[in-house]
Design a protein around this ligand. Structure first.
Ligand code: PMT
Length: 205
């Protein structure tokens, strides 16, 4: 929130995240969906935790992540929030208004160290260029098992669309391209990949 009537947000519709939830439920997994405000109805069967701010999402994830085998972070969480929320509606005055922003906490980046999560950790990377380099940087810094990168500058995929096209980057240096398909199909492929990582981890332990 900036003041009681205005807020900062972004173009994410929730479609990608909700498609993953649907695919996980169809594969008979138990699902906890922590969701920001979107205009979608969650599939029946998921435990739904509705949050508004990045801070609320951090707390909701921190509270629940200990009990899950895999955590998938699809949300386009704000990196910055207004440093001060005005109690009253900000009135028009002068030609410019400067908003001071401060960093939010990184939920995905806190999962390993601060939340002590040792399950399968999946991040997303929304990029507009240098996709592999930025995605691999996030994979490393945030301690993910793999990261799902999408080029959000491309027409018809990424934010709001019903389709996506992603590349999955793994810790061992390999990658897997999932060509343009419905978010439903991409969600199903990602759930299969997560199941494979879980099976491999269990076999290795
Ligand atoms: O919702 P749709 O309209 O269907 O669009 C789908 C999508 C484009 C939002 C989705 O495919 C996607 O790319 N999601 C990640 C968006 C994003 O915030 O990416 P990022 O590169 O800025 O963040 C990297 C990772 O860190 C993400 O997993 C993000 O959830 C996480 N993060 C970021 C900031 C923060 N404060 N906490 C986080 O956990």
């Amino acid at each position: 929130m900036i003041d009681p009537v205005r807020y900062l947000s972004n173009r994410s519709s929730g479609k990608m995240g909700y498609a993953i939830v649907k695919a996980a439920l169809a594969s008979r997994h138990e699902v906890v969906l922590v969701s920001g405000p979107v205009a979608l109805s969650p599939s029946d069967g998921a435990e739904v935790v509705s949050v508004e701010s990045a801070e609320d999402m951090y707390d909701a994830v921190a509270e629940r992540i200990g009990g899950v085998d895999a955590a998938v972070m699809t949300a386009a969480v704000a990196d910055y929030r207004p440093a001060k929320v005005s109690d009253d509606k900000i009135k028009k005055s002068g030609e410019r208004l400067v908003l001071e922003l401060e960093r939010t906490r990184d939920i995905l980046g806190s999962a390993r160290d601060l939340m002590a999560f040792d399950g399968v950790l999946v991040g997303f990377a929304a990029e507009t260029g240098n996709i592999e380099a930025y995605a691999r940087g996030k994979l490393e810094r945030k301690g993910c098992d793999f990261i799902v990168a999408n080029d959000v500058s491309q027409e018809g995929i990424g934010f709001q669309s019903d389709q996506n096209e992603v590349t999955v980057f793994y810790r061992n240096g390999s990658s897997q391209h999932l060509p343009r398909a419905s978010k439903k199909e991409i969600g199903e492929s990602l759930v299969k990949i997560i199941e494979g990582v879980l099976v491999a981890r269990r076999a290795g332990s």
